[in-house]
Design a protein around this ligand. Structure first.
Ligand SMILES: Nc1ncnc2c1ncn2[C@@H]1O[C@H](COP(=O)(O)OP(=O)(O)O[C@H]2O[C@H](CO)[C@@H](O)[C@H](O)[C@H]2O)[C@@H](O)[C@H]1O
Length: 212
C-alpha cells in the first residue's frame, strides 16, 4: 500500500472532487478576497466491535497528507517528489471509516455503505447512531462531516472490507484495543485526523463510561 513511486504534481483542472474558487466580497464595506474550495460533504463512523472489544479503523495512503509532509522539487520543468527521500509511508493515515456524500441518499445510508465497503460489516441501520456534524477546513473548504457511531459484532462481518477495487481503493482495516485507542488520541507519531480524536473522546466520555 505504501509503495509509492513516480510522483509528479500538476495543476488541478476540472476536478470531480474539488472546485477551487476565488471569492470577492465586501465586509462592512471593505473589499476582500478569499480563496476556497467547494468539496463534497462527508460521513465518518467510529466503529466498535463489541464481540472482541476493539475499535475498527482504516489505514490508507492519502496523497494530500503525503504532499503536505514531503518537499517538492522541479526536475526537467516538472514539479515532483523524490520517493527515495520521502517514502510512501509518510502519507499513511489512521482514520475513521469515512466517505464523501456523492449520492442523493440520507447520510446515514451512505455511512452504512462505507462501513460495508471499507470494513466488511453489514450493520443494521438502527445500529448507526448520529454523534454530531461538524465543519472542517475553515480556511479552505468549510465542509461538513456527519459523524456516527456504530457498535458492530463479528456476526455482522460479511466480507473483508478494503474498499472498492473497481475504484482502485486500497484500504487496510485496523483493529485496536480500548487501551490502544486511548493512547492513540495523543500519539503524534501516527497521522490521525481531528475527528478520530474527537470520536474517541466522545466514546470514552459516554459509551465506555457506562460499560466499564
Ligand atoms: N480529492 C480526490 N481526488 C481524487 N479522487 C478522489 C478524491 N476524493 C475522493 N476520490 C475518489 O472517490 C473514491 C471514494 O472516496 P470515499 O467516498 O471512500 O471517501 P474517502 O474515504 O476518500 O474520504 C473522503 O471523505 C472523508 C469524509 O468526509 C474525508 O475526510 C476525506 O478527506 C475524503 O477524501 C476514492 O477512493 C477516490 O477514488
Amino acid at each position: 500500500m505504501d509503495k509509492i513511486s513516480d510522483v509528479t504534481i500538476r495543476p488541478c483542472e476540472n476536478s470531480k472532487y474539488i472546485k477551487p474558487k476565488r471569492i470577492h466580497y465586501k465586509q462592512n464595506g471593505v473589499e476582500k478576497i478569499w480563496d476556497a474550495m467547494k468539496v463534497h460533504e462527508g460521513v465518518a463512523t467510529l466503529l466498535f466491535n463489541s464481540t472482541r472489544k476493539v475499535f475498527v479503523f482504516v489505514r490508507q495512503f492519502r496523497p494530500a497528507i503525503y504532499i503536505a509532509t514531503a518537499k517538492t522539487e522541479i526536475r526537467n520543468g516538472v514539479e515532483m517528489i523524490d520517493t527515495e527521500k520521502y517514502p510512501g509511508h509518510i502519507g499513511l493515515t489512521l482514520e475513521l471509516c469515512a466517505g464523501i456524500v456523492d449520492k442523493d441518499e440520507p447520510v446515514s445510508t451512505i455511512a452504512k455503505g462505507e462501513i460495508l465497503e471499507e470494513c466488511g460489516y453489514d450493520v443494521p441501520m438502527e445500529k448507526i447512531k448520529k454523534i454530531t456534524s461538524a465543519r472542517g477546513g475553515v480556511g479552505t473548504s468549510g465542509s461538513v462531516v456527519h459523524l456516527f457511531y456504530a457498535e458492530v459484532t463479528d456476526a455482522m462481518k460479511t466480507g473483508p472490507g478494503g474498499g472498492l477495487a473497481s475504484e482502485g481503493e486500497m484500504i487496510e482495516v485496523v483493529e485496536m484495543s480500548v487501551d490502544e485507542g486511548r493512547t492513540l488520541m495523543f500519539d503524534e507519531s501516527c497521522n490521525r485526523v481531528h475527528l478520530l480524536i474527537f470520536a474517541l473522546y466522545w466514546f470514552f466520555g459516554t459509551i465506555w463510561k457506562d460499560k466499564s
